[in-house]
Design a protein around this ligand. Structure first.
Ligand code: AR6
Ligand code: MG
Length: 314
């Protein structure tokens, strides 16, 4: 009986992480690029944020592609994942310039692990585009941090080859895995131990201080960031999860920070969903989320398939 209840909870956490991505993304999408002051002026500094349009952006579209490919191969296949991301791409969903260029090169025949290498003067992108789509990797490898890191890096390589872009994706994936495992109290110390770059370690240390102080939004933005770089947004999402004990408050407060709202919303939603499960997502938000060809029902199905792959392997 207990085992059954545990299985149901885990399944709900898988669904929560993927739907949480889409919900945070769709909530933040109409406010992308706004300052925190403007968000607060229009929407108030507390209480319910309304999900207006219900349409998700490139964050969720790419997360879906990552999940589809992982499900198809019961694991990572770089060429297939790249093909899937390219096939799914709908430019109207608002892709970042680096990712758009990588997809063009892939379409022109470049190898999956080479297409993005030449971007940004050969340094590769450190944008948050690899981290925002990583939730399926965090789910599939939640019990194996070595494999989680490896697949997080490889799946990033398709569009984001800068080490800080890859590290941000691995950090976000591991935060999702820890949330899934209910390791919330140990999260910061585990992440600090896991992450390999001093820049991220420093942000995790700042986070500890900000959480203890109950920092205000200006301070959070100054210390952690709210921009498109992975190191200016992944820590902010993790912070937003840890700051409150409630799906809705965490996601809404992340979006109220302004900046790259859809992506910070998506990443916060993924961690919160992995921790609280899909039942914790406010029903008004879920009701408004798009449900067309690859809408909420399809996303939940992908999460279930990932769940079955993970549990079948044990
Ligand atoms: N050097 C300088 N600037 C950089 C570098 C670098 N090596 N790497 C990234 N940037 P991009 P994304 C800056 O274009 O990560 C969408 O709305 C540069 O300004 O790879 O896929 C998504 O939903 C670059 O354009 O895009 C996300 O919200 C920017 O970082 C967002 O865009 C983003 O990197 C990022 O998506
Ligand atoms: Mg987006």
């Amino acid at each position: 009986m207990l085992a059954e209840r545990k299985r149901a909870a885990l399944r709900s956490k898988f669904i929560g992480a993927l739907l949480g991505t889409a919900i945070g993304d769709a909530l933040g999408a109409p406010l992308e690029g706004w300052s925190s002051a403007r968000v607060v002026k229009v929407y108030g500094d507390a209480g319910r944020l309304e999900l207006v349009g219900g349409r998700y952006t490139d964050d969720t579209e790419q997360m879906i592609g990552v999940a589809e490919s992982l499900v198809r191969h019961a694991g990572f296949d770089g060429a297939d994942m790249a093909r899937t991301l390219v096939r799914n791409m709908n430019p109207k969903r608002g892709y970042g310039p680096g990712s758009r260029a990588a997809f063009e090169r892939l379409r022109a025949g470049a190898r999956w692990d080479e297409a993005a290498q030449g971007l940004f003067g050969g340094r590769g992108s450190y944008g948050n585009g690899a981290a925002m789509r990583i939730a399926p990797v965090g789910l599939l490898y939640y019990a194996d941090r070595k494999k989680l890191r490896e697949v997080a890096y490889c799946s990033s390589q398709i569009t984001h080859t800068h080490e800080l872009g890859k590290e941000g994706a691995a950090l976000q994936a591991f935060a999702i895995a820890l949330a899934l495992r209910d390791e919330r109290d140990e999260m910061l110390s585990q992440l600090e131990d896991f992450v390999q770059h001093e820049l991220y370690k420093e942000k995790l240390r700042r986070m500890e201080r900000l959480l203890r102080a109950g920092a205000r939004s200006g301070e959070i933005i100054a210390e952690l960031g709210n921009g498109m770089a992975a190191f200016d947004s992944v820590p902010t999402a993790i912070y937003s999860f840890l700051r409150y004990e409630d799906f809705e408050r965490s996601v809404a407060s992340a979006i109220r920070l302004g900046g790259d709202t859809d992506t910070i919303g998506a990443m916060t939603g993924a961690i919160c969903g992995a921790y609280y499960g899909d039942q914790a997502i406010p029903s008004e938000w879920l009701a408004r989320l798009e449900d067309e060809e690859k809408g909420k029902r399809y996303i939940a199905q992908l999460a279930e398939e990932l769940y079955y792959i993970t549990t079948a392997e044990q």
